[in-house]
Design a protein around this ligand. Structure first.
Ligand code: SAM
Length: 236
């Protein structure tokens, strides 16, 4: 269904070499994304070129800007139809991926696609602000990531509690990233983080993107993350 050359070249420009088998997995992923999207609302992007650029290459960019060690543990918060987490899993099967979402229907789709791709990932149906207090999950990942879930300030409260000290929260953002980062400054500090990298790039004719890497430098205070209502009433 997808133009594999377009994907191969896009990945290659990020320094990622995709094998024939991985390209085939991406093709199966795209096909199933479109199939499921006719039944459940997963994405507005359903044309093959859009899927390759705005979902696959956009997600793969994380690997260009962040050094993910072999065997690292990563959680994708609000993964939806698997972006960026499932894309990372295909490109880097050595990474131990956890895919979290508050919507079970979307996770059922992910499970179906993982089965077709013969890949393993941990699936967690939960709200991040609750799961962040689960001692089995809190401060137990090398990396947390998220795309298109919330503004950076709230997202840092959702994601940084999952990250171990020395690890990072990697946020995939669009054109307003600089402003978001400014608004999130205080939250990042309170939650035990520090902006380590801020990389902006142009996604092959699809507009500005940014990848913000927030290092976890100290423990997140126990009272965070707060319930969503409290986050909204008293933003950090
Ligand atoms: N990350 C995917 C992407 O980039 O295409 C999905 C983005 S979609 C706009 C936001 C997703 O985050 C939805 O699947 C929603 O169910 C999930 N979500 C929103 N708030 C959440 C929360 N507090 N905890 C866990 N998942 C959440």
């Amino acid at each position: 269904m997808i133009d594999k050359e377009l994907l191969k070249n896009g990945a290659s420009s990020l320094g990622i070499d995709l094998s024939e088998e991985q390209l085939e997995q991406f093709d199966i992923y795209a096909e199933n994304l479109v199939y499921w999207n006719e039944r459940i609302n997963l994405t507005a992007i359903t044309d093959p070129e859009g899927i390759v650029k705005k979902h696959f290459i956009d997600s793969l960019a994380l690997l260009k800007y962040c050094d993910i060690k072999s065997g690292a543990k990563m959680i994708d918060v609000g993964t939806g139809a698997g972006f960026p987490g499932l894309v990372i899993k295909i490109a880097r099967p050595d990474v131990e991926i956890t895919l979290m979402d508050s919507t079970q229907k979307k996770l059922s789709v992910i499970e179906d696609i993982l089965g077709k791709l013969e890949l393993d990932a941990n699936i967690i149906h939960a709200r991040a602000e609750e799961a962040g207090h689960d001692e089995n999950l809190r401060e137990s990942f090398d990396f947390a990531t998220a795309r298109a879930v919330s503004n950076l300030r709230d997202l840092t409260e959702y994601c940084l509690p999952f990250v171990t000290i020395g690890g990072s929260f990697i946020s995939l953002k669009g054109a307003d990233a600089k402003e978001e980062a400014k608004t999130a400054e205080h939250a990042i500090e309170v939650l035990g983080g520090k902006i380590a990298n801020f990389d902006e790039y142009e996604l092959d004719g699809c507009g500005e993107r940014a990848i913000i890497k927030i290092s976890k430098v100290s423990k997140t205070p126990a009272n965070y993350p707060r319930p969503k209502g409290k986050m909204q009433k008293q933003p950090l």
